[in-house]
Design a protein around this ligand. Structure first.
Ligand code: CP3
Length: 366
């Protein structure tokens, strides 16, 4: 019998009744901060990395071929839905793909990551970057989303995504993965006109890219600002926040948005003001405290430490339980990790986490 309210929901003040939901309905309800039957779950970097079926696919095709071929990208996106039972299916793509339409040559070097052939360092380099619509720059991404949306049905929400301008600028300027992105930061501080010109172009491209994904059928979009934790509040406020805010303002009302970053405890009040519907937080604060710092004005996604999943199940379960207890049934939580799945993760542990979150957050009467 559905429609029974748990003690947890009474604590958070929910008076609404819920009945059994599909994965997609569950995900969308949480993204809109409405009541859910169970807490929805997905994992960042779930499509790829640790799944043996993905590794088999990669034996046959290289990474960019999979990403540029809609049928293969959708095959990879569906793998974690089939195997793990997650409520969200992230599009198999990469934050670097829009660089192609911009006219910036790059490769993904195995064991290294994205490497830019000619890093962006001068006014002329920035001038040459083309601002194009995704129909022209990355039509295969839009086609993959259309196909993914059709294939998924109600099983899971289709998640689109983009790299945030700051994180893209880090790669574009330094040219390859580093720990500190010193060249990007020194352009930001030392040549602010160049920095602002680059951020303006990246923001325009990102807005078009995410609007295109939503029009193609993405139910939710996530903005990945992976390296934001390198900044303090002053730099973030002056050199990044205006651009991030513009992106979320442009997407307002089109689809729910998730703002991802890590190591950003020092920025949470500004992140709250950036205007996304949900904020994805890492494990450096208990999730309840992070939500408190967001003044409960946004929904929240997180926040299991991906390293913990390598520990025995009992330890993993205790940490999952602590997150759910801390959230206390408050509306607007999507269970996820604080950062991406580590490649050596056992997929069975992930499937157990999904089952456990679904079972122990069950709000339906039994
Ligand atoms: O499950 C998913 O989320 C799949 C789609 C996806 C990929 N990259 C596929 C990929 C997503 C959402 C991303 C985002 C991404 N890419 C981010 C933001 C998230 C984060 O982890 O902070 C960043 C910073 C990148 C840049 C990037 N692309 C790096 C650093 C690398 C190196 C290797 C790695 O696994 O991180 C890539 C390549 C890449 N992107 C791979 C995959 C599956 C590995 C390539 C391969 O299969 O050989």
């Amino acid at each position: 019998m559905a429609g029974y309210m748990t003690a947890k929901q009474q604590v958070s003040g929910s008076e609404e009744y819920v009945s059994e939901m599909t994965g997609s309905a569950r995900f969308m309800a949480a993204a809109h901060r409405r009541p859910v039957d169970r807490t929805p779950v997905w994992f960042m970097r779930q499509a790829g990395r640790c799944l043996p079926e993905y590794r088999a696919l990669r034996q046959r095709h290289d990474f960019l071929t999979v990403a540029r071929t809609p049928e293969l990208a959708v095959e990879a996106s569906l793998m974690p839905v089939d195997r793990l039972g997650v409520d969200g299916a992230v599009l198999f793509a990469d934050i670097m793909l829009p660089l192609e339409g911009m006219g910036v040559e790059f490769e993904i070097k195995p064991g290294v990551g994205p490497v830019i052939a000619h890093p962006i360092r001068t006014a002329e380099d920035i001038e040459r970057i083309r601002v194009v619509d995704p129909e022209e720059g990355t039509p295969y991404v839009l086609e993959a989303i259309r196909l993914l949306r059709r294939e998924l049905g109600e099983r899971a929400a289709a998640l689109g995504f983009a790299g945030a301008p700051f994180t893209l600028a880090c790669y574009l300027i330094d040219g390859r993965p580093t720990k500190e992105y010193p060249l990007a930061k020194s352009m930001m501080i030392g040549e602010p006109e160049l920095w602002h010109a680059l951020m303006t172009k990246l923001t325009d491209i990102t807005i078009r890219y995410l609007k295109g994904q939503i029009a193609a059928g993405a139910d939710v979009v996530q903005l990945f600002d992976s390296w934001l934790g390198l900044l303090g509040p002053k730099e973030f406020g002056e050199f990044v926040l205006p651009y991030t805010s513009r992106i979320f303002a442009e997407l307002q009302g089109l689809a729910p948005t998730i703002h991802f970053s890590t190591g950003t405890v020092q920025l949470l009040s500004q992140i709250r003001d950036a205007g996304s519907d949900m904020v994805s937080v890492d494990w450096r604060l208990p999730i309840g405290e992070a939500w408190q710092r967001l003044d409960f004005r946004t929904g929240i996604q997180g926040n299991l430490d991906p390293s913990i999943i390598l520990a025995p199940w009992e330890a993993v379960r205790a940490n999952v339980d602590a997150i759910l207890a801390d959230v206390g049934g408050r509306q607007g939580h999507i269970f996820n990790l604080g950062h991406g799945i580590l490649p050596q993760t056992d997929p069975d542990q992930l499937a157990r986490i999904v089952d456990h979150v679904h079972a122990s957050s069950n709000r339906l009467a039994t």
